[in-house]
Design a protein around this ligand. Structure first.
Ligand SMILES: Nc1ncnc2c1ncn2[C@@H]1O[C@H](COP(=O)(O)OP(=O)(O)OP(=O)(O)O)[C@@H](O)[C@H]1O
Ligand SMILES: [Mg+2]
Length: 306
Protein backbone atom coordinates (compact mmCIF):
# COMPACT_ATOMS: atom_id res chain seq x y z
CA UNK A 1 0.00 0.00 0.00
CA UNK A 2 1.27 3.47 -0.82
CA UNK A 3 1.14 5.76 2.17
CA UNK A 4 -0.74 8.95 1.38
CA UNK A 5 2.23 10.86 2.84
CA UNK A 6 4.16 9.85 -0.28
CA UNK A 7 2.01 12.24 -2.30
CA UNK A 8 3.87 15.45 -3.16
CA UNK A 9 3.05 18.64 -1.28
CA UNK A 10 2.04 21.28 -3.81
CA UNK A 11 0.33 24.52 -2.76
CA UNK A 12 -1.23 24.87 -6.23
CA UNK A 13 -2.98 21.50 -5.79
CA UNK A 14 -4.92 21.72 -2.50
CA UNK A 15 -6.45 18.25 -2.88
CA UNK A 16 -3.02 16.68 -2.41
CA UNK A 17 -2.63 18.28 1.02
CA UNK A 18 -6.19 17.28 1.97
CA UNK A 19 -5.63 13.64 0.99
CA UNK A 20 -2.29 13.61 2.80
CA UNK A 21 -3.80 15.08 5.96
CA UNK A 22 -7.16 13.32 6.09
CA UNK A 23 -6.89 10.28 3.85
CA UNK A 24 -8.98 9.91 0.72
CA UNK A 25 -12.21 8.76 2.42
CA UNK A 26 -12.42 11.83 4.68
CA UNK A 27 -11.07 14.27 2.08
CA UNK A 28 -13.76 13.19 -0.40
CA UNK A 29 -16.79 11.96 1.61
CA UNK A 30 -18.91 12.04 -1.58
CA UNK A 31 -17.15 8.83 -2.63
CA UNK A 32 -18.71 7.03 0.36
CA UNK A 33 -15.67 4.81 0.81
CA UNK A 34 -16.09 2.21 3.54
CA UNK A 35 -13.33 0.90 5.80
CA UNK A 36 -11.69 -1.21 3.10
CA UNK A 37 -7.99 -0.43 2.70
CA UNK A 38 -7.27 2.21 0.08
CA UNK A 39 -4.31 1.85 -2.27
CA UNK A 40 -3.14 4.97 -4.08
CA UNK A 41 -0.69 5.18 -6.92
CA UNK A 42 0.51 8.50 -8.27
CA UNK A 43 0.35 8.04 -12.06
CA UNK A 44 1.27 11.51 -13.27
CA UNK A 45 2.39 14.65 -11.58
CA UNK A 46 2.87 17.95 -13.39
CA UNK A 47 4.17 20.25 -10.65
CA UNK A 48 1.85 23.19 -9.98
CA UNK A 49 -0.63 22.04 -12.62
CA UNK A 50 -2.16 18.62 -12.09
CA UNK A 51 -1.78 15.10 -10.78
CA UNK A 52 -3.51 11.81 -11.56
CA UNK A 53 -3.84 9.07 -8.95
CA UNK A 54 -5.05 5.49 -9.43
CA UNK A 55 -7.12 4.24 -6.53
CA UNK A 56 -8.18 0.75 -5.48
CA UNK A 57 -10.50 0.58 -2.51
CA UNK A 58 -12.01 -2.84 -1.88
CA UNK A 59 -13.71 -3.79 -5.14
CA UNK A 60 -13.62 -0.22 -6.40
CA UNK A 61 -11.12 1.07 -8.95
CA UNK A 62 -11.05 4.69 -10.06
CA UNK A 63 -8.90 7.68 -11.00
CA UNK A 64 -8.56 10.89 -8.98
CA UNK A 65 -7.61 13.88 -11.12
CA UNK A 66 -6.27 16.79 -9.12
CA UNK A 67 -6.20 20.17 -10.85
CA UNK A 68 -4.85 23.67 -10.23
CA UNK A 69 -7.90 25.16 -11.98
CA UNK A 70 -11.63 24.57 -11.76
CA UNK A 71 -12.37 20.92 -12.64
CA UNK A 72 -16.08 21.49 -13.28
CA UNK A 73 -15.84 21.80 -17.10
CA UNK A 74 -14.05 18.44 -17.23
CA UNK A 75 -16.68 16.98 -14.87
CA UNK A 76 -19.43 18.38 -17.10
CA UNK A 77 -18.04 16.74 -20.22
CA UNK A 78 -17.90 13.34 -18.52
CA UNK A 79 -21.53 13.76 -17.44
CA UNK A 80 -22.61 14.95 -20.90
CA UNK A 81 -20.90 12.04 -22.63
CA UNK A 82 -22.54 9.57 -20.24
CA UNK A 83 -25.93 11.16 -21.05
CA UNK A 84 -25.06 10.86 -24.75
CA UNK A 85 -24.80 7.08 -24.25
CA UNK A 86 -21.05 6.53 -23.82
CA UNK A 87 -21.55 4.73 -20.51
CA UNK A 88 -21.78 1.11 -19.39
CA UNK A 89 -23.37 -1.02 -22.07
CA UNK A 90 -22.10 1.07 -24.96
CA UNK A 91 -19.32 -0.14 -27.31
CA UNK A 92 -17.42 3.14 -27.06
CA UNK A 93 -17.06 4.59 -23.59
CA UNK A 94 -15.64 7.34 -21.46
CA UNK A 95 -15.07 7.02 -17.71
CA UNK A 96 -18.14 7.70 -15.56
CA UNK A 97 -18.03 10.76 -13.30
CA UNK A 98 -17.94 9.66 -9.65
CA UNK A 99 -17.36 12.94 -7.82
CA UNK A 100 -16.25 16.53 -8.34
CA UNK A 101 -15.18 18.89 -5.57
CA UNK A 102 -14.81 22.49 -6.73
CA UNK A 103 -13.24 23.70 -3.47
CA UNK A 104 -10.50 21.06 -3.51
CA UNK A 105 -10.34 21.23 -7.32
CA UNK A 106 -10.55 17.49 -7.79
CA UNK A 107 -12.43 15.19 -10.12
CA UNK A 108 -12.99 11.46 -9.61
CA UNK A 109 -13.79 9.18 -12.55
CA UNK A 110 -14.20 5.44 -13.02
CA UNK A 111 -11.30 3.30 -14.24
CA UNK A 112 -11.37 1.94 -17.80
CA UNK A 113 -9.48 -1.32 -18.14
CA UNK A 114 -7.51 -2.21 -21.24
CA UNK A 115 -4.30 -1.59 -23.14
CA UNK A 116 -3.83 1.79 -24.80
CA UNK A 117 -3.18 2.28 -28.51
CA UNK A 118 0.47 2.95 -27.58
CA UNK A 119 0.63 -0.40 -25.76
CA UNK A 120 -1.05 -2.23 -28.64
CA UNK A 121 1.61 -0.83 -30.99
CA UNK A 122 4.35 -1.92 -28.59
CA UNK A 123 2.83 -5.42 -28.60
CA UNK A 124 2.90 -5.59 -32.40
CA UNK A 125 -0.86 -5.01 -32.81
CA UNK A 126 -0.66 -1.82 -34.85
CA UNK A 127 -3.47 -2.65 -37.26
CA UNK A 128 -6.00 -3.34 -34.50
CA UNK A 129 -4.84 -0.18 -32.72
CA UNK A 130 -5.62 1.83 -35.87
CA UNK A 131 -8.99 0.19 -36.28
CA UNK A 132 -9.89 0.76 -32.63
CA UNK A 133 -9.15 4.48 -32.92
CA UNK A 134 -11.09 4.70 -36.19
CA UNK A 135 -14.10 3.19 -34.36
CA UNK A 136 -13.87 6.00 -31.83
CA UNK A 137 -13.99 8.62 -34.60
CA UNK A 138 -17.03 7.01 -36.20
CA UNK A 139 -18.80 7.16 -32.82
CA UNK A 140 -17.58 10.71 -32.09
CA UNK A 141 -19.02 11.85 -35.44
CA UNK A 142 -22.51 10.88 -34.24
CA UNK A 143 -22.32 12.85 -30.98
CA UNK A 144 -24.24 16.06 -30.48
CA UNK A 145 -22.53 17.44 -27.38
CA UNK A 146 -22.04 21.19 -27.56
CA UNK A 147 -19.88 21.91 -24.55
CA UNK A 148 -16.46 23.51 -24.82
CA UNK A 149 -14.75 26.54 -26.30
CA UNK A 150 -14.11 26.88 -30.07
CA UNK A 151 -11.08 24.83 -31.07
CA UNK A 152 -10.88 25.24 -34.85
CA UNK A 153 -8.06 25.93 -37.28
CA UNK A 154 -8.04 29.69 -36.51
CA UNK A 155 -7.43 29.04 -32.81
CA UNK A 156 -4.80 26.44 -33.66
CA UNK A 157 -3.02 28.90 -35.91
CA UNK A 158 -2.84 31.45 -33.07
CA UNK A 159 -1.37 28.80 -30.83
CA UNK A 160 0.99 27.58 -33.59
CA UNK A 161 2.56 31.07 -33.72
CA UNK A 162 3.32 30.77 -30.01
CA UNK A 163 4.67 27.22 -30.37
CA UNK A 164 6.94 28.35 -33.22
CA UNK A 165 8.24 31.23 -31.09
CA UNK A 166 9.01 28.84 -28.22
CA UNK A 167 10.81 26.39 -30.55
CA UNK A 168 12.81 29.22 -32.18
CA UNK A 169 13.77 30.62 -28.79
CA UNK A 170 14.83 27.22 -27.44
CA UNK A 171 16.73 26.27 -30.56
CA UNK A 172 17.61 29.24 -32.82
CA UNK A 173 18.86 26.91 -35.58
CA UNK A 174 15.25 25.73 -36.01
CA UNK A 175 13.69 29.19 -35.96
CA UNK A 176 13.48 29.57 -39.75
CA UNK A 177 11.90 26.15 -40.18
CA UNK A 178 9.33 26.84 -37.45
CA UNK A 179 8.43 30.26 -38.89
CA UNK A 180 8.18 28.85 -42.43
CA UNK A 181 5.81 26.22 -41.11
CA UNK A 182 3.53 28.82 -39.52
CA UNK A 183 3.51 30.80 -42.80
CA UNK A 184 2.53 27.66 -44.70
CA UNK A 185 -0.19 26.83 -42.16
CA UNK A 186 -1.62 30.36 -42.46
CA UNK A 187 -1.73 30.05 -46.27
CA UNK A 188 -3.47 26.69 -46.24
CA UNK A 189 -5.85 26.98 -43.28
CA UNK A 190 -8.71 24.51 -43.88
CA UNK A 191 -12.44 25.13 -43.31
CA UNK A 192 -13.55 23.67 -40.02
CA UNK A 193 -16.92 22.41 -41.25
CA UNK A 194 -19.59 21.78 -38.62
CA UNK A 195 -18.00 22.04 -35.17
CA UNK A 196 -18.10 18.85 -33.15
CA UNK A 197 -16.98 17.80 -29.73
CA UNK A 198 -13.24 17.13 -29.87
CA UNK A 199 -11.11 15.66 -27.09
CA UNK A 200 -8.29 18.10 -27.85
CA UNK A 201 -5.61 15.78 -26.45
CA UNK A 202 -6.36 12.45 -28.08
CA UNK A 203 -2.95 10.89 -27.49
CA UNK A 204 -2.10 7.25 -28.21
CA UNK A 205 -2.15 6.83 -24.39
CA UNK A 206 -5.70 8.09 -24.12
CA UNK A 207 -7.47 5.61 -26.42
CA UNK A 208 -7.93 2.26 -24.68
CA UNK A 209 -9.00 -1.14 -25.99
CA UNK A 210 -11.87 -2.15 -23.69
CA UNK A 211 -12.43 -5.44 -25.51
CA UNK A 212 -15.88 -4.42 -26.83
CA UNK A 213 -14.72 -1.10 -28.27
CA UNK A 214 -12.66 2.02 -27.58
CA UNK A 215 -12.49 3.90 -24.30
CA UNK A 216 -11.29 7.51 -24.32
CA UNK A 217 -9.79 9.11 -21.20
CA UNK A 218 -8.40 12.54 -20.31
CA UNK A 219 -10.98 15.11 -21.36
CA UNK A 220 -9.05 18.04 -19.87
CA UNK A 221 -8.49 19.78 -23.23
CA UNK A 222 -11.90 19.33 -24.91
CA UNK A 223 -13.57 21.87 -27.16
CA UNK A 224 -15.68 22.36 -30.29
CA UNK A 225 -13.79 21.85 -33.51
CA UNK A 226 -13.20 19.54 -36.47
CA UNK A 227 -12.61 15.83 -35.88
CA UNK A 228 -9.50 16.27 -38.03
CA UNK A 229 -7.93 18.11 -35.09
CA UNK A 230 -8.20 15.02 -32.90
CA UNK A 231 -6.95 12.90 -35.81
CA UNK A 232 -3.91 15.16 -36.27
CA UNK A 233 -2.95 14.92 -32.61
CA UNK A 234 -3.66 11.19 -32.49
CA UNK A 235 -1.53 10.42 -35.57
CA UNK A 236 1.28 12.62 -34.28
CA UNK A 237 1.47 10.76 -30.97
CA UNK A 238 1.59 7.51 -32.95
CA UNK A 239 4.41 8.65 -35.22
CA UNK A 240 6.21 10.01 -32.15
CA UNK A 241 6.40 6.43 -30.83
CA UNK A 242 8.45 5.57 -33.91
CA UNK A 243 10.56 8.73 -33.65
CA UNK A 244 11.40 7.91 -30.01
CA UNK A 245 12.04 4.22 -30.62
CA UNK A 246 12.89 3.28 -34.20
CA UNK A 247 11.98 -0.37 -33.55
CA UNK A 248 8.31 0.73 -33.24
CA UNK A 249 8.24 2.74 -36.47
CA UNK A 250 6.92 -0.12 -38.63
CA UNK A 251 4.10 -1.02 -36.25
CA UNK A 252 3.22 2.67 -35.80
CA UNK A 253 3.00 2.98 -39.60
CA UNK A 254 0.64 -0.02 -39.72
CA UNK A 255 -1.59 1.65 -37.12
CA UNK A 256 -1.58 4.85 -39.15
CA UNK A 257 -2.45 3.09 -42.42
CA UNK A 258 -5.33 1.20 -40.84
CA UNK A 259 -6.59 4.36 -39.14
CA UNK A 260 -6.47 6.38 -42.37
CA UNK A 261 -8.14 3.72 -44.50
CA UNK A 262 -10.85 3.14 -41.87
CA UNK A 263 -11.66 6.86 -41.62
CA UNK A 264 -11.24 7.74 -45.33
CA UNK A 265 -14.96 8.42 -45.83
CA UNK A 266 -15.25 10.37 -42.59
CA UNK A 267 -12.25 12.68 -42.37
CA UNK A 268 -10.99 15.24 -44.89
CA UNK A 269 -7.46 14.19 -45.84
CA UNK A 270 -6.20 17.74 -46.43
CA UNK A 271 -7.51 18.94 -43.08
CA UNK A 272 -5.92 15.92 -41.37
CA UNK A 273 -2.56 16.78 -42.99
CA UNK A 274 -2.89 20.42 -41.84
CA UNK A 275 -3.70 19.38 -38.29
CA UNK A 276 -0.81 16.91 -38.31
CA UNK A 277 1.60 19.66 -39.27
CA UNK A 278 0.21 21.86 -36.46
CA UNK A 279 0.37 19.00 -33.94
CA UNK A 280 3.98 18.23 -34.88
CA UNK A 281 4.89 21.84 -34.07
CA UNK A 282 3.02 21.55 -30.76
CA UNK A 283 4.93 18.42 -29.76
CA UNK A 284 8.25 19.74 -31.12
CA UNK A 285 7.94 22.45 -28.47
CA UNK A 286 8.00 19.82 -25.71
CA UNK A 287 10.36 17.20 -27.12
CA UNK A 288 13.81 18.76 -27.68
CA UNK A 289 15.53 15.61 -28.99
CA UNK A 290 12.83 14.96 -31.60
CA UNK A 291 12.47 18.59 -32.74
CA UNK A 292 14.40 18.40 -36.03
CA UNK A 293 12.66 15.16 -37.08
CA UNK A 294 9.25 16.55 -36.15
CA UNK A 295 9.77 19.83 -37.99
CA UNK A 296 10.94 17.94 -41.10
CA UNK A 297 7.82 15.77 -40.98
CA UNK A 298 5.63 18.86 -40.44
CA UNK A 299 7.24 20.56 -43.45
CA UNK A 300 6.40 17.51 -45.60
CA UNK A 301 2.72 17.75 -44.58
CA UNK A 302 2.66 21.49 -45.15
CA UNK A 303 4.22 21.02 -48.61
CA UNK A 304 1.57 18.46 -49.54
CA UNK A 305 -1.05 21.21 -48.96
CA UNK A 306 0.46 23.85 -51.26
N1 LIG B 1 -10.07 6.65 -15.92
C1 LIG B 1 -8.94 6.06 -16.27
N2 LIG B 1 -8.96 4.78 -16.70
C2 LIG B 1 -7.81 4.16 -17.07
N3 LIG B 1 -6.59 4.74 -17.04
C3 LIG B 1 -6.52 6.01 -16.59
C4 LIG B 1 -7.68 6.73 -16.21
N4 LIG B 1 -7.30 7.95 -15.82
C5 LIG B 1 -5.96 8.00 -15.97
N5 LIG B 1 -5.47 6.84 -16.43
C6 LIG B 1 -4.05 6.51 -16.69
O1 LIG B 1 -3.25 7.54 -16.14
C7 LIG B 1 -2.56 8.27 -17.14
C8 LIG B 1 -2.57 9.75 -16.80
O2 LIG B 1 -3.91 10.22 -16.73
P1 LIG B 1 -4.38 11.49 -17.55
O3 LIG B 1 -3.95 11.37 -18.95
O4 LIG B 1 -5.82 11.69 -17.29
O5 LIG B 1 -3.53 12.61 -16.77
P2 LIG B 1 -2.73 13.87 -17.32
O6 LIG B 1 -2.23 14.57 -16.13
O7 LIG B 1 -3.59 14.60 -18.25
O8 LIG B 1 -1.52 13.22 -18.09
P3 LIG B 1 -0.85 13.69 -19.47
O9 LIG B 1 -0.38 15.08 -19.27
O10 LIG B 1 0.24 12.70 -19.62
O11 LIG B 1 -1.91 13.58 -20.52
C9 LIG B 1 -3.28 7.92 -18.44
O12 LIG B 1 -2.46 8.00 -19.57
C10 LIG B 1 -3.72 6.48 -18.16
O13 LIG B 1 -2.64 5.58 -18.34
MG1 LIG C 1 -3.25 12.57 -20.17
Amino acid sequence: MKATTELPADPALPALAAIRALGLARALPALELDDAPVRLELLRYHSGRRAAIEVRAGQRHFAVKICATDPSPEAAIHAALASAGLANGSDARVPPLLACDGALRVLVIGWLDGPSVAELIERGQGASAGELAANWFHRAATLDVRLGAPLGAARLLERARKWAAVVGEADPSLNDAAQALVTALARTQPDDGTPRLVNGGLYADHVLDLGHGPGVIDWGRFGQGPLELDAGIFLTTISRLGIRDASLAGEAARAEQMFLSSTAGLLDARAVAWHRAAALLRFAKRTPAARPAMLREAARFAESLQ
